[in-house]
Design a protein around this ligand. Sequence first.
Ligand code: MG
Length: 389
Amino acid sequence: MKRDSIKRISILGSTGSIGTQTLQVVEESDNQFEIEYLTTNTNIEILAEQVQKFQPKGVVIKDYEKYKEFKKNYSFSGEILTGEEGLCRAAASERNDLLVSALVGFSGVLPTICALEKGIDVALANKEVLVAAGKFVSEISAKSGAKIIAIDSEHNAILQCLIGEDMASVEKIILTASGGPFLGASLESLAEVGVDEALAHPRWNMGKKITIDSATLMNKGFEVIEAHWLFNLSPERIQVVVHPESIIHSLVQFVDGAIKAHLGFQDMRIPISFALNYPKRNYYNFPRIDLIEIGKLSFSQPDTQRFPCLKYAYEALEIGGTAPAILNSANETAVQAFLQKRISFVQIPACIDFALSNIDILEEPSLEDVFETDRITRELTERFINKKN
Ligand code: MG
């Protein structure tokens, strides 16, 4: 392997679900990647193991107490940074060929922008970055020439369907949704859902926040907004179809009526490997699907009465401005409260409805306005939650 063909990557959120699977892909990749920075919020034990194995140039521990603990208890000769400033420095390092952006929620907005501003390509797993600040992220990447390659399996699938195609030939895209663990549940039974049930996703093994988002269909709503920014499509050209088997990851319909679909096993290492190697492909021994064993695939209309979060996402996208940022921050606050057992499952959409109806939406916000909206939305949603209990 020639030195100049090695890709140097940094991973924001290396100890999370996408981060650890990214490192598995790196490990399987026969020295094609070199690790620049690994970052964690608090998980210094796993970070220390990753440091031993992957020998990064530097690490970031966002939490200051854990940063001090790491410095005291582990020997590492590379750079050790902390805070959001540390994350931005790692993200924007001149040595990065690619940044894997895999933080959870709004916290990924600033570091991802830091990389894009420097012209560094981003493999994006953190969809909330596009939900909250899609307009800015798109403008910045267009200006600097940095590419955004989606890791999200649906958008990764669409990207693959679009290879060799002209966007002018695209009629619409179809995002598939597994429907989550409560696909057939009645509205009454949803009120009784517990945290453990909501965390038991039938198809995908993911982090806690996205697993709850999948159960409410908020995740699919976010993906509609994500698709809007990634592929420059209006909301009516983005359809959501429930497909419980999760074998087709998404589809593109063209102007001649032809449809291309992308199929594969439910294993995030497949879209991760595509994003890391893009525009090339590399051999991996990841699981293959067996069509005969699968037998048949099914599709249905999503039910936005039982799962109103999907509807709220379309509405927020139509309204534009800071509406999607409000949607995102209200959801983050509500999911956190649900995981802490402070609100019920059906109160998650109620929090979002409250925030979208009561917080001022700015039509032409600046990026600073988006950060301020995030702060205000969290505060007011939290107040709404406390008043209810
Ligand atoms: Mg997805």
